[in-house]
Design a protein around this ligand. Sequence first.
Ligand code: PA5
Length: 430
Amino acid sequence: MIKSDIRIARSFLNDEVYIKSRSKADLGLEQLKSKTGPGSEWLGWRDILAKPNDAELEEISQLATKIRQDADIFIVCGIGGSYLGAKAVIDALTPHFRANGPEILYAGHHMGGKYLEELIAYLKAPNSDGSKKSIYINVISKSGSTLETALSFRAIREVMEEMYAEDVIKRIICTTSKEGGILNPQIEAKKYKKFIIPDDVGGRFSVLTPVGLLPIAVAGIDIKTLFYGAVSAYNRFEDDAEEILEYAALRNALHEEGYTIDVFACFEPELKSLGGWIQQLLGESEGKEGKGIFPAVAAYSTDLHSLGQFIQQGQRSVIETFIIVEKPFSKLKVSEIDGNDDKLNYLAGKSFHEINNSARLGTTEAHHEGDVPILNISIDTLNEENIGELIYFFELLTGVFVYSLGVNPFNQPGVEDYKKAMYRLLGKEG
Ligand code: PA5
């Protein structure tokens, strides 16, 4: 279960500013629920939780089980909302040094030629026992025409067609819109397996559709528990969204007060990708019409040794949001050694969780003294259910907060500008 603690951040605001923002947040939630705000045709991410599609969850789970039995490598080929959610959940819930199941690799998320070249060489190289690698790819693109993804898919598909002349079709799974785009004609011609991204779910809100669910399931994560974690958050916030309203109001008030950067910081490295997903979800939704708070991502204590100085004493425009896991999820403790030559015996017997927790409390104390408004978002345990809840928590927060700014959360007109310029430089027709 998620808990939010906004007390430190709230102490930076006077009641008048907060109360004004609170009424904007109330209106934002009302617009979302009544589907009367701008972009209301994109609210399918709420509807999929109101009416879960158990048959699809089962179909994805079954296909994932088959792939896990056969694959050495599973490539997630997508960019932005088409891969960040899957990566967030996979990094949070699977071991750092995985022993079981296919290796999950990413492609189509940039245009680095060196990366793709090395990936292809790695795919072609045999396993350590000399056998050919068993590779599957899931190409994920709602529009079906994103250049980064399409280019990588073209190159990897060519390799796979050479490697698996007979059964290449079963190794290529496409996730795209029902109709349109450049992928759909390829799917029809080659008879690839296809999953549909609902028309009314935008990329950055799509992690709980086949976009995120297939890669997550292939990584060995229980997608039904994840999905139903989000459903339980949905039901809870339909009854009482006080926590979301408070958080959205607070962020709106801090925006009004001129705060321009929100650092989403975790204290466990496995949660950094979750920060990356939150960054895209909020960033692409709020950053329009000259408005928004720039979402940054940090993994502490690593980044306390790079960003910490700025946050403590630099320009006072930074908010911090800590993503916290309360219960320990590792058993590692500091040992006692003879001679104490590294002078660490004062920590002997303490768990790394306790030490890390002291780092968080110390950071809170120092940054608070340094005039940084801090918010805490906590889950008790790192598991599927809680990550599912967190996903919906941040989706709903994004919708309510961005509506409170008076902006459409669900489009991204600015992203098109670089594409137009790039296509012109590349001489694309039409
Ligand atoms: O949130 C979004 O809509 C974007 O980040 C898209 O997910 C991203 O641009 C990829 O688009 P597509 O899935 O059409 O390839």
